[in-house]
Design a protein around this ligand. Sequence first.
Ligand code: CMP
Ligand code: MG
Ligand code: ZN
Length: 735
Amino acid sequence: MRESAKLEIASTPENIINKTDSIALRDISTESTSSSTNVQTEAQSKNGQISKESGLTIVRRLSGKKSQQQSELEQYICSDSQPPSVTTGYCSYLENRLKMQPTSLNDDLERIDLTTENLPAVDTPDACDKAAIRLRCLLRQLQRGEISAELLQKNLHYAARVLEAVFIDETNDDGSRLSTEPSERDGHNKLKKSNSIAVTEHRRGVPSTPQTHSGPTGLPDGKNAVGKSFIQRRRLRQPVWARSSSQKKRLADEDDELSEVQPDAVPPEVREWLASTFTRQLATTRKKSDEKPKFRSVAHAIRAGIFVDRIYRRVSSTALMQFPPEVVKVLKHLDEWSFDVFALADSGNCMPVKYIGYDLLNRYGMIHKFKVPSATLETFLSRIEEGYCRFRNPYHNNLHAADVAQTVHHVLCQTGLMHWLTDLEIFATLVAALIHDYEHTGTTNNFHVQSGSDTAMLYNDRAVLENHHISAAFRVLKDDDCNILQNLSRDEYRELRTLIIDMVLATDMSFHFQQLKNMKNLLTLAEPSVDKSKALSLVLHCCDISHPAKKWDLHHKWTMLLLEEFFRQGDLERELGLPFSPLCDRNNTLVAESQIGFIEFIVEPSMAVCSDMLEIILAPIAPIANSNNNNSLSNKAISSSSNDEVAANTLNVPKEASSEAIVCEKKDDKPMSGDVEKPTRFKIKKPWVTCLLENKKIWKEQAVKDAEARALAAAEQENEKKSLEIPAVETKVEE
Ligand code: CMP
Ligand code: MG
Ligand code: ZN
C-alpha cells in the first residue's frame, strides 16, 4: 500500500558500492593532480572500530632546476630551489642555518655518528632535526665516497620513517604557508612535525585536548570562547579540481629533471627497498631479515629517492576523487551566497552531495587532518546521497542536502566564522549539514505522529525525523567502507558525535522559536559568551531555511518543490482520512501569502539573530575574520557579486574587502581628544538581506495577482451558479 510505504523508513541498503580504501600503489601511471597521499600502513582499532592508520601523509617537493654542484640526492631530500617561504619545516630552517652558519653546521656534521642506534622516536619534532642533519651528513660522506651501503641504508630508512610522519603542505602557492594550515590534530598523537614547527607560533591556543562544548564558552578552561588566545587564522586549501593544471606543469618540469637521472632504470634492489620501506603489501616479499637489498651505487640511491617521490605523487592522484569538467565549472562559484545547486546536479550526474561534500571536506583540510581515506569518503558520500534519493522527494533530497552544506560553507568562510572554530568543529558542522535530512520520508514530523509511523513509535513522537537522520547516518558510518571517522581518536569521535547530534536535532522546526529566543536573550547580556554548539546549531538551522534568502529563481524553484512535497503529503492525508496539515491541501493553499509569512516570521528573524550572534562572537577576532579566505579560488575566479557591491558601498569599504566580512573599528585604542570613543561594531556581509527584500516584494506582487485571480474566479463561479439557477426558475415558471 502506498501509505505504508511512505510511513516506513527503509533500512540501510545492502548494495553499497564496495571500494577499497587502500590506495597502495595502484595505477601509478596516471598523471598526478595532487601533492598528497595516504599510504595505509597498519590496521588498528579506534573508536572501538577497526580502522587503518595512514602512515605517510605527504612527501612532496617543488620542482626547479638545481645547480650542478648540488647532488641529486640533495634535491630529493631537501630542495633548496624552493623559495624560502614555500619551503616548509625543517628543510628551510636547515638551509638557512647552512647559509648563515656554515662553519658551525659543518662542524656539527663532522661530529654526527651515523652508526648510532640511539635516535629519537620518528614522530617527535626532534626526529625531524636529527633526520635532516643525518641526511646532510650522508650527503657529505657520499660526496667523499666514504659511506658504506649498510650505513646509507640504515640512515635513509630512519629518514624515511621520519618523513612518513611529516606533513608538508604545498598547496599554498603564495608563500604564506603559516596561515594555510587550519591546525594540527587536536589531541592526536600523530602531529605532523614540519607543520607544527611552522605553525605553532601563529596558532596559539589551539586546545591540546578535545573540547567538551559543555561549558558556556565551549572551551575546557572556561576562557572566553571569543578570546583572541583561542583563535586561528585559516585559509582554505586549493580544491582538488583546481590543482591539476599547475601541478601537471610542475610534474612535467620534474619529469624533465627525472629524465636526467634515468628513472626508468630503477634497479630491482631499489624497488625492493622501496617496497619494504614504504608499502605494506610488498614488505612481505622480503623473506629473510638477512636478505637486505644492496645498492649498486650511489646513483641508485638517488634514483630511489626520486622514484619514491614520483610514486607518492601518482598514488595520491589516483586516490583523490576526479571531478568532471562541467562540475568544476559550477564549483568555481561555490563561495557565492546564491550558488546554483541545481546547475551542479545537472552537471554532476545528480550527485551534488558527493561533489560538494568532497570538495568542502578537502578545502577545509579535513581529509588531511582527520586522515579520511579518499575512497572511504567517496563511498560514504555516495551512500548518503542514495539515502536522500530513497523516497524520491521533490524537496528533501540530495540537492537540499548539498544546498545546505554549501550555505554553511558560505557562512563559515565569508563571515570568518571558520577562524573561531577548531578543525573538529568544522568537520562536525560540514558533516551535520550533509546528513541533516538523511533518509527524509518527504513527510513532516506531524504526519509521522498523526499516522503513528514506525519512526514516530521509535522516537516517541519527539523530533522524529531529526532523530532518524542522525541515527541512520551514524549507522552508515559504522560500515568500514563508509567510516570517514575511522582515524579519529575516541575523544575526538565523542566530541564530533555530540556536536552533530546537537546540531541536527536543532533543525527540528518545533524548536525554532525557543532556539531564537534563547540566543536573543543571551546576546542581550553585557558580556555574552556563546556556546559553540549553540552557535553552530543556529547557523545550521538558518542555512536549512535559507532558500527564501537566496536569489529569486532559486527560491522560487525550492518553494515549488517544497509545496509539491507538502501537497503529496496532503494527498496521503486525504487517503488516510487525516486532517490536512498546514500548506498540504493542494486546492486550498495560499502560496504567495504563506511565503511572505515564512519570510517575515521565520527567515528574517532567524537571519537577524544569527547575524547579530556572528558579529558578536567574531568581533574579538575581527582582524582575522576580516582577512579571511584570501585564497578562496572562486573569489579570485569571479568578480564581486552585486550583493557584495551593495555591502561594500553601503558600508563605504574598499571593494577588495567586500567579499569578506567587514569590520568597522577604530584604528587604535586611544580615545580621540574631546570625543567619547564609541567602538564601532564588527559587521559581517549580509547578502541575504537584499534577497529577502526582493523575494518578499515579488511574493507580495504575486499575492495581489493571486487575490485578483481568486476574486475573478469566485465571481465567475458565482455567475455560473446564477446562470444555472435562472433556467431552473424559468423551468418552474413554465411548468
Ligand atoms: P527541513 O528542511 O527539514 O527543515 C526546515 C524546514 O522548514 C523544512 O524542512 C520545511 O519544513 C520548512 N520550510 C523550508 N522552506 C519553507 C518554505 N519556503 N515555506 C514553508 N516552510 C518551509
Ligand atoms: Mg529537517
Ligand atoms: Zn533541511
